[in-house]
Design a protein around this ligand. Structure first.
Ligand code: CO
Length: 214
């Protein structure tokens, strides 16, 4: 695709929107009230809005390599805090995807420069689930399972965040969901994780509520 094509595409997109509703962009400019925060991979094949079939204004989006929620990452902390405290999103979604290059890199350790520190939390996921992962002999099956376990651990990382817990205890929201996008079929599936149950099992370690009450 030629670089200039993008601007032509944009012009067409604007015209298409205005044909349906002449006030489309005027309405968009009034503000955003998304109910969802989507945290997914930067992978060019995993296009958040497209795969969900949503319109501008409906989903607040953050993407990084292998959909990581790292506690010292100022970027994701700001995104989550803004989404929870100001936008008051009802749902936070962690969306991983099969054939994820980041996950693959974490399964095959090598010196990748700047990427080493970013991939470290993924390697931690592998360590946390080493027994299960070591029992999987098929390489593709192992890769897929690692993608699923990464989604679970990043969901848990969302629950560990103070402003998420504060809102959760006060309003019951945001609900946290783990999704997997299959680039091989285009299908999106819910991982079916009961995150409230998962959190209850480790609550004594990560629950910040007692600190708040004091
Ligand atoms: Co990826």
């Amino acid at each position: 695709m030629k670089f200039e094509t993008i601007f032509k595409n944009n012009e067409k997109w604007v015209q298409d929107k205005l044909k349906v509703n002449p006030h489309y962009f005027e309405n968009l400019s009034k503000g955003q009230h998304p109910e969802f925060l989507y945290i997914g991979c930067s992978d060019s094949r995993v296009t958040a809005e497209d795969l969900m079939g949503v319109n501008p204004g409906e989903v607040f989006i953050h993407r990084n390599i292998a959909n990581q929620v790292i506690p010292t990452d100022n970027n994701i902390n700001a995104v989550i805090q803004y989404a929870v405290e100001h936008l008051k999103v009802k749902h936070i979604i962690i969306c991983g995807h099969y054939e994820c290059g980041g996950v693959k890199a974490a399964l095959h350790p090598s010196d990748m420069g700047q990427l080493n520190s970013w991939l470290q939390t993924l390697r931690d996921v592998r360590r946390l689930h080493k027994a299960e992962l070591d029992s999987i002999k098929d390489e593709h099956e192992l890769f897929d399972r690692m993608v699923e376990l990464n989604v679970k651990e990043q969901c848990m990382n969302v629950i560990k965040i103070d402003h998420v817990q504060r809102s959760w205890y006060k309003t019951g929201y945001p609900q946290i969901h783990g999704w997997i996008f299959d680039v091989r079929t285009g299908k999106l599936k819910d991982s079916g994780l009961d995150l409230e149950k998962e959190f209850m099992e480790i609550r004594e370690i990560y629950d910040l509520k007692p600190l708040e009450g004091k």
